[in-house]
Ligand binder design. Sequence first.
Ligand code: HEM
Length: 151
Amino acid sequence: MVDVVLYFHILAATAWIGGALLLFILGIFLKGKEAQAQTYEHLGPLYGYFESFWLVVLLSTGAFLFFNFNLVSVLTLDLNESKLGYMMSHKLFYVAIITVLTIIHMNIALKTHKGERTKVQKIVSRASSMMIFFLNLVILWYAMQLRYILS
Ligand code: HEM
């Protein structure tokens, strides 16, 4: 059972991070303003639902694994002494930030799809997607360290 949940947790992580990587690359390398606008207009909503789905899978399967491995107690340990406590608490901290940033980003995207964005909306939208992207790479690192300790 745990193996199945871990399998879906890892599948969700590949889809969630893979999707973000692809869109990030498109934003940089897709040439032409019109092509960019068209791509984001058509792909945007689908991408948003795709990513939200996998984030929910990540959070729910992650919570299952967390309780299955009795990790509540490691969060109360001295983080200088416990590598597991350190990795888990850092991972959870960044997951919480990513979740909040995703909600903010989705909110702006849904409100302004096909419409004009204010300058502030543009900055918040770009900054949040950049932060989600980089924090994902950090989370992946903590996840890998967790696995070493738990296996
Ligand atoms: C953006 C969200 C997340 C991502 C990208 C992510 C990614 C991953 C990945 C890739 C692994 C497997 C690591 C490996 O096999 O080397 C993993 C393991 C794990 N994750 Fe997550 N995770 C996320 C959210 C969460 C949350 C919210 C929790 C807890 C509430 C959690 C708890 C765990 C635990 C306990 C393991 C270790 C399971 C094991 O090694 O048997 N994850 N995570």
